[in-house]
Design a binder for this molecule. Structure first.
Ligand code: G4P
Length: 535
């Protein structure tokens, strides 16, 4: 039996977050450093060998390896300096952004990574906006400062103007002849000078901490270099945005750190500050009110389902974010969507390619549950009461294809495979009525999802299909007057279909046609996320 105080203590050390960035900003490198410093992995050999291993943390799908992209959003669970970390891995490729958006619903905070030569990029902007909608505290790391890049104040200004969030320098890069040698830590008014002769990012660099007016600074940076740094610091203090931790907690400001995930310079300061200030799980809205993470019995929601993670076992894992209480295997919980009872099985935790039984799972944790087809993305599971956490988004696809089966005898396998993969959220499965029976149509936010579908159907269900592209580019779920919806769908460049839950949807050949229909209709409502399934 666990004491409530013990539960509160456990929950307080949970940090559940994601790293958001545009591809190539250094997310994989930073993730590895977290694992390395946390003692969760041991890197041998040179940094260069990293490339071969770079997808080691989320390469469940063979395709990921073949293409060198990260497809599945997964989680890494590990301990770091007394904190229990649940790091949500977000796929970098934009075709899988839907997975990423969903993973963000499970996060309590985020680290936003920028390339010091590029500042805010397209994917950063999109992911930032998703985080902002939930007012998640966001900490910014301007990465790759081991090479020269844009002026630090220019990047801070870019964050402020482009993303519309107040940004202030939390650290400041210290350079000698253009080379990064340390960072100035504004909160503690200290300069951290790294040993530049240490190995190349394989371990924590050794460093000296000196005060701003310490003579050691003049020795290390030279008189001129030290004077420049002191001027910059004076300017920051007088004219820069002040440090404002309270605004960060409210998601209204972001502290900007400078560093290099490659050489580790400035990374310790970021992690130390981030883990201390990032929120432990807080109360979440479940539609009826706030759910306290400590006093409410177990509840959580599924943000991802992954079928066939291990082909040998043909198993299906539902990734669950625990929102309150403690997970007790063997207890009966209720699935909010169906009202059915689910006996909680032993949860799994993840580290690189390994999974193991999770020990003490409490609010904030993200674990995998073996699922026999009862759970879907967006489902809430709770002990003692029917609950439904809102907010796992299902996005309207932008690409559509009709599924043509290679071997007609395999229709059953096809339907099963399509259904499983649709339940994962890999694709949106739709059916168009026809005289020979419903015709399967698949929709995806990004085209690569189609390749994943074809590949997985072949590999996991032995079904070969051909996808015939359809000329539609947007879709909306429709509710309201069915006759009017049918009239709209009968117009040129439109088509009526149904999703697997029987919700009607209209496909449109372009955004203009959609806008026109929306402005002209009187009794039909259009939705870009799936309307709630009624029980
Ligand atoms: P991603 O997951 O965000 O896509 O980025 P990833 O970590 O894979 O890094 C992308 C490239 O940027 C890699 O180079 C990586 O070494 C480099 N990089 C990451 N952090 C830093 C940094 O702090 N400084 C510098 N200078 N480079 C950094 P690559 O050439 O694509 O791969 P590799 O041969 O170095 O492995």
């Amino acid at each position: 039996m666990t004491l409530p105080g013990d539960l509160a203590k456990e929950i307080a050390r949970r940090r559940t977050f994601a790293i958001i960035s545009h591809p190539d900003a250094g997310k994989t490198t930073l993730t590895e450093k977290l694992l390395l410093f946390g003692g969760a992995i041991h890197l041998a050999g040179s940094v260069k060998s990293r490339k071969a291993n770079r997808h080691a943390t989320s390469d469940w799908l063979a395709m990921e390896k073949e293409r060198g992209i990260s497809i599945t959003a997964s989680v890494l669970n590990f301990d770091y300096h007394g904190f229990r970390i649940n790091l949500l891995d977000t796929p970098g490729h934009q075709d899988f952004s839907e997975d990423t958006y969903r993973a963000l619903t499970a996060a309590d905070s985020a680290i936003m990574l920028l390339d010091n030569r590029k500042g805010v990029e397209e994917q950063t902007r999109k992911l930032f906006n998703v985080c902002q909608r939930r007012r998640l505290p966001i900490f910014t790391l301007v990465n790759k400062c081991d090479r020269e890049g844009e002026d630090p104040l220019g990047i801070i200004d870019d964050v402020h103007r482009d993303l519309g969030i107040r940004a202030f320098a939390a650290t400041w890069p210290v350079r000698v002849n253009g080379r990064l040698v340390g960072v100035y830590d504004r909160a503690d008014e200290r300069v951290i000078l790294y040993d530049t002769s240490s190995d190349h990012g394989q371990s924590r660099p050794t460093f000296n901490v000196v005060a701003v007016d310490d003579e050691a600074l003049d020795e290390r940076l030279g008189k001129k270099g030290a004077a420049t740094l002191r001027d910059e610091i004076a300017l920051l203090t007088e004219a820069g945005e002040p440090l404002d931790p309270a605004a960060v907690a409210r998601g209204e400001a972001t502290p900007v750190f400078f560093g290099s995930a490659l050489t580790n310079f400035g990374i310790d300061v970021l992690l130390e500050r981030f883990l201390a200030a990032a929120p432990a799980p807080v109360a979440r809205e479940n539609g009826k009110g706030l759910v306290d993470p400590i006093t409410t019995p177990f509840s959580g929601f599924v943000f991802k389902v992954q079928a066939n993670m291990d082909l040998k076992h043909r198993d299906r894992i539902a990734f669950l974010r625990v929102c309150s209480g403690r997970f007790e295997a063997g207890t009966d919980a209720i699935i909010g969507r169906t009202g059915k009872t689910l006996r909680l099985a032993q949860p799994q935790e993840f580290m690189a390619r390994e999974r193991s039984q999770a020990d003490d799972v409490v609010a904030g944790d993200v674990v995998g549950l073996h699922d026999r087809g009862h759970l879907r993305v967006g489902d809430t599971v709770a002990v003692g009461e029917v609950m439904e956490y809102p907010g796992v988004p299902r996005f309207s696809p932008e690409h559509f294809s009709q599924v043509r089966l290679g071997e007609p005898m395999k229709r059953k396998q096809l339907d099963r495979g399509l259904q499983h993969l649709a339940e994962e959220g890999t694709i949106l499965l739709l059916y168009a009525p026809s005289i020979t029976g419903p015709v399967p149509i698949v929709g995806a936010v990004g085209r690569l999802q189609f390749d994943v579908l074809t590949d997985r159907l072949e590999r996991e269900y032995s079904v070969s299909i051909r996808l015939e592209p359809l000329p539609y580019h947007c879709a909306r779920w429709v509710t309201g007057s069915a006759p009017e919806a049918n009239e709209i769908a009968a117009l040129h460049g439109r088509r009526m279909v149904e999703d697997v839950d029987g919700h009607p949807m209209i496909l449109f050949d372009n955004e203009w046609a959609l806008q026109r229909s929306m402005s002209q209709s009187t009794d039909v409502e259009f939705h870009d996320v799936q309307p709630k399934t009624r029980r």
